[in-house]
Design a protein. Structure first.
Length: 369
């Protein structure tokens, strides 16, 4: 039996996500048959392996670029699927879904994924430990990021309709600050204080966990090819997903907020979610924590500002003003995360509590009229 070429060798997890690509043609067939809600379901499932393969290809390319450029490339494409879905939804005028998906991605990472990661780690060990300094730095950065997402709503609520016309320029200026903070965070973690993050690199740890025959051995050609094809497929699937939104919202009785906060956010982040939990199963808790915090940071500091910048040219300008409920949920999520991670150790009960907080917030968003 002929094996994969050394430059295209796959790890165990990659084979699973390769099989899941069957949802991509299934989505196209469902759209051709005008299958309504099935298009949405299959498209959401198709985003899972596509997000994984974008990340896998990015990791393969990053190994050839060195820690600096490689880290920048990996950080930039870390949430490419969410950005593509957001841009597609903006083009379709689904601004409520776009903003809700930003909130949902952050909530999902800080509560649902981190909760499962801590729960699994706590079941493997009585008192799993991790780098408290890195956790403190990540929480501080997330606090600053959430300030940028929460303050516009407080500004409008405090001053009323008289400042409505200022919300768009305020959001653009805040977005500039958020992107600057993101760039500084990359400088901090990749250059000036890289030693703090040694041993918590999710890329290296995941590749090592799958043995020697992994995507780390891909050459630039295969990595670039997979990245281009995965991105193109994500664009197609995102178009079909967004095109089915109105049907799903009407037929299933769901609100745009719930679809964005829960359904699309989970689908777009599922690949990273599974990786974080798998790392916890292998007693690599710091890697799982890094995935949760890095993904949240990228959404708040990079994806959200980029969507604000692009929304104007796309004809549907949005602001960083979220609903009062979304603002409250973000604040509660960061507070809960900080409480369970600042001491440098955890247990399964703390993970269960984070999942419980997420479940409560999901119920609230479900019942929002």
């Amino acid at each position: 039996m002929t094996s994969f070429p050394q430059s295209l060798r796959l790890g165990r997890a990659d084979v699973v996500f390769l099989a899941l690509l069957v949802f991509v043609p299934a989505t196209i067939v469902a759209a051709w048959l005008h299958a309504g809600g099935w298009v949405f379901v299959l498209a959401a499932l198709a985003l899972v392996p596509l997000a994984r393969w974008i990340g896998t290809a990015t990791e393969a390319l990053a190994t050839h670029l060195g820690p600096g450029l490689g880290g920048l490339l990996n950080a930039t494409f870390g949430n490419a699927a969410e950005l593509i879905v957001g841009i597609t939804a903006l083009r379709a005028g689904q601004t409520a879904v776009v903003k809700a998906s930003i909130t949902g991605s952050i909530l999902g990472n800080l509560l649902f994924v981190l909760g499962w990661t801590l729960l699994v780690a706590g079941l493997k060990e009585a008192r799993p430990r991790f780098n408290a300094t890195v956790a403190l730095s990540s929480n501080a950065l997330m606090y600053l990021a959430l300030v940028g997402l929460i303050v516009p709503d407080l500004f409008h609520a405090a001053l009323g309709a008289s400042v409505t016309h200022l919300m768009r320029p305020l959001s653009l200026l805040v977005s500039v600050i958020l992107v600057a903070l993101y760039a500084l965070s990359l400088l901090f973690s990749l250059r000036t204080h890289a030693q703090l993050f040694e041993g918590a690199d999710p890329v290296e740890a995941e590749l090592e966990s799958e043995g020697p025959a992994t995507v780390s051995e891909w050459s630039v050609g295969p990595g670039l090819t997979v990245l281009v094809l995965s991105t193109a497929a994500t664009v197609v699937v995102s178009e079909l997903l967004v095109g089915s939104l109105d049907t799903v919202i009407h037929d299933w009785g769901l609100t745009p907020t719930f679809v964005g906060v829960i359904v699309i956010a989970i689908a777009g982040n599922a690949a990273e979610h599974s990786t974080a939990v798998l790392m916890a199963l292998e007693k690599k808790l710091e890697v799982g924590l890094a995935i949760c915090f890095e993904s949240s940071k990228q959404i708040a500091l990079l994806v959200a500002p980029l969507l604000v910048f692009l929304s104007g040219p796309l004809g549907h300008p949005i602001t960083l003003e979220f609903s009062h409920l979304e603002v409250m949920a973000l604040a509660l999520a960061e507070g809960a995360t900080a409480l369970v991670t600042l001491d440098g150790e955890t247990n399964w009960l703390e993970g269960a509590m984070l999942i419980g907080v997420y479940a409560i917030l999901a119920l609230v968003f479900f019942f929002v009229p």
